[in-house]
Design a protein around this ligand. Structure first.
Ligand code: ARG
Length: 601
């Protein structure tokens, strides 16, 4: 055993290495080491290996036990069942290994071995339209994925593919042209750059209400006035032709919408940067060429005037093939042409090797066809992958798609405000004896409320539908962010209460209580969980890990007094060490989910 532990080493890894070394004939065979209830770990790899070597698994396992070098790592090992190994590691090994990782700012989490470039397509609302819960999911999941990948060392390019192009702009622009003051602001805060959050929220609200009013008025006129309808149609042609005046007005809609989007993202405590907002219009210059390349290569064919790609397994209810339409028969380009052009841009210009789309599962057929088309023409291949991180529908408490009582889509801002309001009430009640100022209560309320919304979304696997239940989300008990935030704050309060002589210091020589071992072994898994979470784009596994961590900590806290530890000053230090590492792990993990951990709550 090397005397200096690598920072990245875990007890798990050290044990796996020792097992492999004990059986040279195994070559690179995986010892299949897992955490287990019977002992600390169980290794099942001897079964498959015995089969391969045509030996007896129990004998093979016994041989491993014999040839394991004596050392501080293993406290007990026995062969069980058909040839499993049940292994108990020493308390010393647990604390020593954790101490080495605690010495690292990254908590011993290694960078990915061969990082690449990933484009994450997320947080993509539509111009002149209200944001809804679907946009919330994309933003929350996407933000977590970006943070997780970046922490793993991946180069990440963010793309907010906002819906900023299409025929609906003809009507809007025409109306604005005929009613030029409709987008003027009452509040003068907008152009003054970053005011405080309240200003931002107010300008956002005003922008959206202007857009809503204008949209309704334009729509009404469009439906009732044939001449206006005709003028609107001609306006679409002007827009597509790049007519200057038309484009200037179109830009006003985009800018106005961005004021609103940014106010919502700000409320979500999310850092969305302007250069990363490359909406559908950003690919306009590529559309004609994309179609030409698809047609020349034969990947797309003309059918009834439209440019189409066909798939054997995509059929409509009548049994006829349903194609992906890249160009309509009137020459117009749609959503598919834009997404195919975006793939070209991301692969060829941004040099991405992975493309991740955080988009509603109801768009899965679109992406399946778009990806397959890109594969056929070679824009995607073995080296460049595309993956739709498809998410399910947000449901109301009744299990039906989330709507207001009147059957309308719920405004995202209203939801977030309600979450913040409820969380603030919880914080106010809990924090009475903490003496928080009103300002602190407001700040914590927002951190807890927004954290609750994000966590509820991130703690179920993305593909599943989930119920939006605010009562459950801000509950102090159960699998909620509030529970995790309180666990973190409780540790901070212990660390604050420790006196000068009581510091977090690891003491590997001390025996551990069962609750300390359980906590320590769970802490040991952090790096491994993160690797898995990054590889599969699965933030919910990180959420589950953190929830378990908080639960292990709660048991530890109930069973093991920290500042008044019965074993004397060294035990106080060792327990403070476990507290501190737990807090840092919670903080790091929550940060990767985009959730704040207030120091005092
Ligand atoms: N704006 C779209 C919507 O609201 C989502 C865009 C998804 N991204 C993409 N590359 N198509 O549904």
């Amino acid at each position: 055993m090397a005397s200096v532990l690598s920072l990245a080493a875990t007890v798990h890894q050290r044990l796996a290495d020792a097992l492999s070394a004990a059986l040279p004939e195994a070559g690179a065979a995986d010892p299949l080491l897992r955490r287990s209830d019977r002992a600390d770990f169980q290794a099942n790899g001897m079964l498959a290996l015995a089969k391969k070597l045509k030996g007896n698994p129990r004998e093979l396992a016994a041989k491993v036990v014999e040839s394991l070098p004596a050392g501080e790592l293993i406290a007990g090992i026995e062969v069980s069942g058909p040839g499993f190994l049940n292994i108990t590691v020493s308390d010393e090994a647990i604390v020593k290994t954790l101490a080495a990782r605690a010495a690292d700012a990254r908590l011993g989490v290694p960078y990915a071995e061969s990082p690449g470039t990933t484009v994450v397509d997320y947080a993509q609302p539509n111009v002149a339209k209200e944001m809804h819960v679907g946009h919330l999911r994309s933003a929350v999941i996407g933000d977590a994925v970006v943070r997780i990948l970046e922490f793993a060392g991946e180069k990440v390019v963010r793309r907010h593919h906002i819906g900023d192009w299409g025929t609906q702009f003809g009507m809007l622009i025409q109306y604005l042209l005929e009613h030029p003051h409709e987008l003027d602001h009452k509040a003068a805060t907008v152009d003054q750059g970053a005011g405080d959050d309240k200003d931002l929220a107010a300008s956002g609200e005003e922008a959206m209400s202007n857009l809503n009013r204008l949209y309704k008025a334009a729509r009404a006129l469009f439906d009732s006035d044939e001449e206006f309808k005709e003028r609107s149609r001609r306006r679409v042609v002007d827009l597509q032709a790049g007519d200057e005046e038309t484009i200037a007005l179109w830009r006003k809609f985009v800018e106005e919408s961005k004021i609103y989007f940014y106010s919502v993202f700000d409320k979500l405590d999310m850092d969305i940067r302007d250069p990363d907002v490359v909406g559908e219009s950003g690919y306009n210059d590529m559309l004609a060429e994309t179609c030409r390349l698809l047609e020349e290569s034969g990947v797309a064919v003309r059918s009834e005037g439209a440019l189409c790609v066909f798939f054997d397994d995509v059929k409509g209810p009548d049994g006829n093939l349903v194609p992906l339409i890249v160009q309509k028969s009137d020459g117009g380009f749609g959503y598919a042409a834009t997404d195919l052009s975006a793939i070209r841009d991301r692969v060829q210009n941004l040099q991405a090797d992975s493309l991740v789309y955080v988009v509603d599962a109801r768009q899965s057929l679109h992406f399946k066809m778009v990806f397959e088309t890109a594969r056929r023409i070679g824009w995607l291949n073995e080296k460049t992958h595309a993956y739709q991180l498809a998410f399910g529908t947000v449901l109301g408490k009744d299990g039906k798609p989330f709507k207001t009582r009147e059957g309308e889509t719920v405004r995202l801002v209203d939801l977030l405000d309600e979450a913040i309001e409820r969380a603030t009430a919880v914080v106010r009640e809990k924090s009475e004896n903490l003496g928080l100022t009103e300002e602190e209560i407001t700040e914590r309320g927002a951190q807890v409320g927004i954290g609750a919304v994000k966590y509820a979304d991130l703690s179920t696997s993305a593909a599943r539908d989930y119920k939006f239940d605010l009562d459950q989300m801000v509950s102090l008990n159960g699998d909620t962010s509030v529970y995790l935030q309180y666990a973190y704050a409780r540790i901070q309060s212990i660390l604050r209460r420790a006196d000068e002589s009581q510091k977090p210091v690891a003491h590997p020589e001390l025996p551990l209580a069962p609750a300390e071992r359980a906590l320590g072994l769970h802490l040991d898994q952090f790096a491994e969980i993160l690797r898995e979470v990054a590889a599969g784009y699965e933030p919910h596994k990180l959420a589950a890990y953190l929830y378990q961590l908080a639960s292990f900590y709660t048991t530890f806290y109930d069973k093991c007094p920290v500042l008044k530890a019965e074993g004397g000053p060294a035990q106080v230090e060792n327990r403070l060490f476990l507290c501190d590492l737990t807090a840092r792990t919670l903080h790091q993990g929550m940060d990767l989910l985009g959730i704040r951990t207030p120091e005092r709550l």
